[in-house]
Design a protein around this ligand. Sequence first.
Ligand SMILES: NC(=O)c1ccc[n+]([C@@H]2O[C@H](COP(=O)([O-])OP(=O)(O)OC[C@H]3O[C@@H](n4cnc5c(N)ncnc54)[C@H](O)[C@@H]3O)[C@@H](O)[C@H]2O)c1
Length: 253
Amino acid sequence: MILKDRIAIVTGGGSGIGQAGAAIMAREGAHVVVVDRSAKASEETVTSIAAKGGSAEPLAIDVTDDAALSNGIAEVLRRHGRIDILHNHAGAQVAGDLEQVEVAGFDRSWNLNVRAHFMAARLVMPSMRAAGRGVIVNTSSSSGVLYDREMIAYTTTKHAVIAMTRQMAGDYAKYGVRINALCPGWVDTPFNEPFITQMGGRGAIEAYIREKVPLGRWANVDEIAEAILFLVSDRSSYMTGQVLVVDGGETVV
Ligand SMILES: NC(=O)c1ccc[n+]([C@@H]2O[C@H](COP(=O)([O-])OP(=O)(O)OC[C@H]3O[C@@H](n4cnc5c(N)ncnc54)[C@H](O)[C@@H]3O)[C@@H](O)[C@H]2O)c1
């Protein structure tokens, strides 16, 4: 087990990619704090980890609530004494070009996709710095490196996640803390429902993916979890400030 006894926090761990990432970390011996604004979803992830003999606990908070995030992380530190891994994953898509997007939607995107990653990293950093080690993964997206049609809030925030990751990595490498960004491509999770509706249904998105993605299909969450495991484990021990794109080749064409 390559994460034996590590203490990990995964935000957005109640569904999809975050859930698969939490599961693979638990499989490899980490104790995982499953953060989700849905108490039911975080409990479900914890239950399914426990059913496979893993160790996890739920933390039902909205990560954009600074006080709740701060109290939650303080409580994890109080009980476990340290945090070895933070995967900042919760994020949202708000559609619209410059004139269409609601300003409140842009602000919501910023608060969740960027500011909550910033806050969580800031809250865990003192303990990682003191320990002289730690790993942070910030979920960006292929939209963090690509133009994404009529999605200004999403692409702006996901590009910002990469800039923030590189900046944090440069500043904190001297403390032994590694920070990388993960850019998934099309992954079949509930996250894409609004985009599927916008595109005109399941058939339209399937056709789009067949045409735009060289591998011609969606990723499944377990394929992204393997990349998460690489980034949070010592297998990537000489890697910091980098962007790992897992997108079936979409960004090469
Ligand atoms: N699915 C994709 O195709 C894809 C592609 C690239 C990047 N991403 C990124 O992955 C993340 C979404 O993951 P997913 O696809 O597994 O989605 P998902 O919808 O399956 O899961 C997202 C989880 O995050 C939780 N969440 C949302 N807002 C929250 C908040 N404010 N506080 C706490 N929890 C919150 C939800 O309750 C949900 O359980 C986003 O950061 C997204 O940008 C997804």
